[in-house]
Design a protein around this ligand. Structure first.
Ligand code: ASP
Length: 328
């Protein structure tokens, strides 16, 4: 790539963002080598190691001919039910008062979406979010109302605080120091995006949020456009990490919009992280973004090293380390 082209690309995406760029510049930006490219559908991509098992379930469903929206729900239910996933569903680490509180959202290829926040005692918040989407005129239900809705729809109440979670929380109470440890206490949300055989995109995101958060705290994960966003003409994005930073920049919506203006998924994720590090005290927090476009290309970027994601594409399901703003 020539010096001039490099300059145009860097200044366009870094300083100004890609908005309002002429089509010719957008074409140059599309030549970025960082974007991992593959043409085959279906594909599934999701955050962190537990994404491997989630991807398997989602891919099976896609290969059986399910739509992306069904596969994303099926996929994220796997970590929701896994007591070893300590930031999702059953076995999630609790808030400061010892309560496991859950946030989730789901979005389909038509722009329909549903979400629940501050939901307690229901193992599969993603399926409640799906029902909000399918069976109500609303997008978001929260707290007691979300629980009441779930019970009316036949979900069962159960204690989600495992013995391990309770032990960990009691240990935390000894100091009660709230300083989430990067890549340990502030991650594990599962965000999952799928492209089905038809090439339609959907996404799901579900979490118990930051460990030891204030009771009542809601993060980015149930907020459409923050924790996850899909536009079937363009692509999709999901987020993990300190939700406050993602909420302040409406990260997933931003990244999809940057792709609309011509950025590759990789460039868009890097710009999403750039918006965070520009104004926020990023040194002590991790945030990771994952994005895909309609061609089945993907990108990822994080603040710190240590973010990884699972990609199921072309018959292979593998864990990949993301690049990050702070280098190793
Ligand atoms: N994004 C989630 C939240 O802030 C946390 C995470 O990714 O684990 O609630």
């Amino acid at each position: 790539m020539s010096e001039r082209r490099n300059f145009i690309k860097k200044s366009a995406i870094g300083a100004l963002g890609a908005f309002l760029l002429p089509k010719s510049t957008q074409a140059i930006m599309n030549t970025n080598n960082n974007t991992h490219s593959a043409k085959e559908f279906p594909m599934v991509i999701s955050t962190w190691r537990h994404g491997l098992a989630a991807n398997d379930a989602a891919m099976n469903s896609l290969l059986n001919g399910d739509k992306a929206i069904d596969s994303v729900e099926i996929g994220v239910r796997v970590p929701e039910a896994d007591p070893e996933s300590n930031s999702v569903g059953y076995g999630g680490w609790p808030d400061r008062d010892g309560h496991v509180t859950l946030d989730a959202c789901i979005m389909d290829e038509t722009g329909n979406c549903g979400s629940v926040s501050f939901l307690q005692n229901i193992k599969h918040p993603i399926s409640v979010a799906r029902k909000v989407m399918d069976e109500t005129p609303h997008v978001m239900l929260s707290g007691k109302g979300a629980l009441q809705f779930a019970l009316e729809k036949g979900f069962e109440e159960e204690n989600l605080l495992t013995k391990k979670g309770e032990k960990r929380w009691r240990k935390w109470l000894e100091t009660s120091e709230y300083k989430p440890i990067i890549n340990v206490e502030n991650h594990d949300t599962i965000g999952l995006l799928a492209l089905d055989k038809k090439g339609d995109i959907s996404g799901a995101c579900t979490t118990s949020g930051l460990a030891w958060k204030l009771h009542g705290r809601v993060g980015d994960s149930p907020v459409i456009g923050a924790g996850m966003f899909v536009d079937n003409e363009i692509g999709g994005c999901c987020a993990t990490g300190v939700g406050e930073a993602v909420l302040k920049t409406l990260g997933s919506f931003l990244i999809v919009e940057l792709m609309r203006q011509g950025a590759t998924p990789q460039e868009a994720c890097e710009e999403g992280i750039a918006r965070i590090v520009k104004n926020q005290n990023y040194k002590d927090m991790q945030i990771g973004y994952l994005a895909i476009n309609k061609k089945g290309e993907h990108g990822s970027y994080a603040v710190h090293p240590g973010f990884n994601y699972a990609l199921h594409q072309n018959g292979e399901n593998k864990l990949i380390d993301s690049n990050s703003f702070i280098k190793k």
